[in-house]
Design a binder for this molecule. Structure first.
Ligand SMILES: *Cc1c(COP(=O)(O)O)cnc(C)c1O
Length: 416
């Protein structure tokens, strides 16, 4: 259950959100967000916040950022009409192709933006955290591009599970730092990166990978990822003849979803975020933070989290490493509380089936994270025949081959 808002309060907050007035000056999205951090971290966050205010919307910075998106990332990414999938589902399905962006997912939009910001702020080194390794790869590439050394903090358990990505990061010039503390996965890697940052807040830039954490990260990441929704909105008008009836995106920390949704908040478009339903509804069996969690503080932000009755943060499970996190960006918590966006979940097995179907009908091997959005879009289509659907295709699935090879292909000759 989400935090309760009075109806008039919810309406006012949603309007403020549409007007671009959130977060407020304290970094809050209504009751969510803010900055719940130890005293030692305050100078680093204040420095970053001042830098964001000074440079992010500065003309020169924006020109440089747009140029990198165009020339190096390969934007705008295509909008693809999924013709055969549309025929099968009975809806009109359009895909925003972030899988075509450099390094294979939307994460690069944020990484290159923050790497340019790090340069402006005069940082001498960039640090980043990574779970599955995708943000680590994007950060390593972006840092090489702007000419800054990069250290990626990664849990020892994840290093073992994601060996190919460790190699990719190192080839792109990054140092991979093994984190042996805590759960030795993403949460511990973030804590360790923050500890490192404190030692030299002016020399180090911390490049966070999703729309989570303390202010200003949820805001900064949303601003950098909104290019997805801005492009998709115009492409729908130009190519599909109008805005979609619904837009869906998968939600881990929530960066690709907020990037797609934010520019559509003021439109008459239903918005649906799809989380990892894992293997079941029990605590520890999924990563469906918004769909099943409760409000609390995690890593500097008041948001929805997966916790037990004593407030202990829970382990999560998902077949897709990129959705496997017990928190979510605070802006999503607000959008859920206002009723503007609906958050649902899709199971591991339904997501796998959806991935296969997309492969066989459209020739697109999508990421396991992204497959969750397809799994739910398929269900939605059954109840809404003839409607126009936009799906945020957040990344490509090549990285998932080691996982996919464990599951034999189920649908033979789907095209016949
Ligand atoms: C990392 C990742 C995600 C999840 O992260 P968000 O911040 O929720 O977008 C989704 N899709 C892909 C392809 C990813 O690599």
């Amino acid at each position: 259950m989400s935090a309760q808002l009075q109806a008039d309060e919810a309406r006012a907050l949603l309007q403020a959100s549409i007007n671009g007035e959130l977060p407020d000056e304290r970094g809050r999205f209504g009751p969510f967000g803010g900055r719940y951090i130890p005293e030692t971290l305050v100078p680093a966050f204040e420095r970053l916040e001042a830098g964001v205010r000074e440079y992010l919307h500065d003309d020169e910075f924006q020109q440089e950022y747009r140029r990198e998106l165009r020339e190096w990332v390969g934007r705008p990414t295509a909008l693809t009409h999924a013709r055969r999938l549309s025929e099968r589902w009975g809806t009109d399905v359009w895909l925003k192709r972030e899988d075509l962006a450099h390094t294979g997912a939307h994460k690069i939009n944020n990484a290159i933006g923050q790497a340019l910001l790090a340069k402006r702020l005069g940082a001498k080194r960039v640090i980043a955290e990574t779970g599955a390794g995708q943000h680590g790869v994007a950060s390593a590439a972006a840092c090489a591009r702007v000419g800054l050394p990069c250290s990626v903090y990664m849990g020892a358990v994840d290093i073992e599970r994601q060996a190919p990505n460790v190699d990719r990061m190192q080839r792109l010039g990054a140092e991979v730092v093994a984190v042996e503390t805590g759960d030795k996965t993403l949460r511990a890697a973030i804590d360790e990166a923050l500890r490192k940052w404190v030692t030299d807040p002016s020399g180090i830039y911390y490049l966070l990978g999703s729309a989570v954490g303390a202010h200003p990260y949820p805001y900064l990441v949303r601003e950098l990822q909104s290019v997805i929704g801005v492009e998709a909105r115009q492409q729908m008008i130009d190519q599909a003849g109008g805005l979609p009836d619904v837009a869906l995106a998968c939600v881990g920390g929530g960066s690709n979803a907020i990037g797609l949704f934010y520019p559509l908040l003021g439109d008459d478009v239903e918005l649906i975020g799809v989380e990892a339903g894992g293997t079941g509804d029990g605590l520890g069996e999924n990563a469906a933070t918004l769909a099943t969690g409760t409000p609390g503080v995690l890593q500097g932000s008041y948001t929805m989290i997966l916790q037990d009755d004593d407030g202990q943060v829970q382990e999560t499970h998902s077949i897709s490493a990129g959705l496997d996190y017990s928190g979510v960006g605070p802006e999503h918590a607000l959008l859920q509380a206002t009723g503007r966006v609906t958050y649902v979940s899709a199971t591991d097995s339904d997501s796998l089936a959806a991935l296969e179907e997309l492969c066989e009908t459209e020739g697109i091997l999508t990421a396991l994270e992204t497959s969750h959005a397809y799994a739910y879009a398929r269900e939605w289509s059954k109840k809404n025949p003839g409607k126009r659907i936009l799906i945020g295709n957040s990344g490509r699935g090549d990285k998932d081959m080691p996982t996919l090879t464990k599951f034999p292909v189920r649908i033979a000759n789907a095209g016949t």
